[in-house]
Design a protein around this ligand. Structure first.
Ligand code: FAD
Ligand code: FES
Length: 260
């Protein structure tokens, strides 16, 4: 696993890109040697009264420019504050944290499945492991929430966008649309990031298909480096229930190991 470091970064852009969603690009003096899709950054806010950092996945990165991109939804005070930062401001970021997606080298075809803001995990996967064929499925509540379609189109063999209300792309849940395409694509693995309700739907939709499914879990976080246990989640390995720290053993787990 790559070594995590705390770095000072300069904000290059921080723009609204969809309803309640911002894209932030941060430049550092250097980036860690290895960053994997599915790893995250722990961002310290400049308002000192907000002691806890906020975790955001590393959506994409550029090793030559020493930049990372993150996409975030405004849900509370911290993300609201982040959205007010202008280009040129500095922030402290610990990265890369967590295990990330680790495809088997024998894989050929991988399905990327994103639900809402969870889609922000996906671009860094083909950035890190460009040797595979990617079939991408994105699901959003409505047209106003759609993000990252163009970025993912550029690195996918096929891409399908769906909205719950049919206001953009196909109408319906991305999980059901994927289930209809499974026989044709026959992927070696499914990598998914979305809300928990999507993981339940995914497990049901792909019942009967013999394919490993990996999901990225969200948990409240404190330290982000394995010391506080705030992020503990229940997993089942070899029939035995145990706790795992989402920030270190995760956030990526096999879906059949997770207690939803
Ligand atoms: C590994 C990981 C990756 C994530 N990636 C993204 C991403 O790419 N884009 C995105 O929009 N969101 C992402 N989230 C969720 C994001 O961290 C929260 O939405 C954010 O911390 C909320 O902060 P707030 O101050 O606005 O909200 P508040 O609700 O005011 O936050 C209060 C406290 O709870 C913590 N907190 C609240 N919600 C979450 C949450 N869901 N997960 C962890 N801590 C939380 C905050 O750190 C803060 O300490 C991710 C979460 C995890 C665990
Ligand atoms: S956030 Fe502290 S152990 Fe995971």
């Amino acid at each position: 696993m790559s070594r995590m470091e705390d770095r000072i970064g300069e904000i290059l852009l921080n723009d609204r890109v969809a309803d309640g969603v911002f894209k932030i690009r941060v430049k550092f003096d250097s980036l860690p040697e290895e960053i994997r899709g599915g790893q995250f950054a722990h961002v310290k806010l400049n308002d000192r009264s907000r002691l806890l950092r906020r975790p955001f996945c590393i959506c994409d990165y550029d090793k030559s420019a020493n930049t990372i991109d993150m996409y975030y939804a405004i849900v509370g005070g911290g993300t609201k504050e982040l959205s007010t930062y202008a280009a040129g401001e500095k922030i402290k970021v610990m990265l890369p944290l967590g295990n990330g997606f680790r495809p088997d080298k024998n894989f050929k075809k991988i399905v990327l499945l994103g639900g809402g803001m969870g889609s922000a995990v996906l671009p860094a996967i083909p950035r890190t492991d460009s040797q595979f064929e990617y079939y991408t499925y994105l699901g959003f509540a409505n047209k106003g929430k759609v993000v990252l379609e163009e970025e993912l189109k550029a690195v996918s063999k096929e891409i399908t966008v769906a909205t719950d209300d049919g206001s953009y792309g196909k109408k319906g849940f991305a999980t059901s649309i994927l289930a209809q395409d499974m026989e044709r694509i026959r992927p070696d693995a499914v990598f998914c990031c979305g809300p928990e309700v999507m993981y339940k739907a995914l497990a049901k939709s792909l019942e009967g298909f013999d394919v490993p499914i990996f999901v990225s879990l969200e948990a409240r976080m404190g330290c982000g480096i394995g010391a506080c246990l705030v992020c503990n989640c229940k997993v089942k390995r070899n029939g035995v229930e145990e706790y795992a720290r989402v920030c270190v053993e995760g956030p990526v787990f096999r879906l059949d190991e997770v207690a939803l």
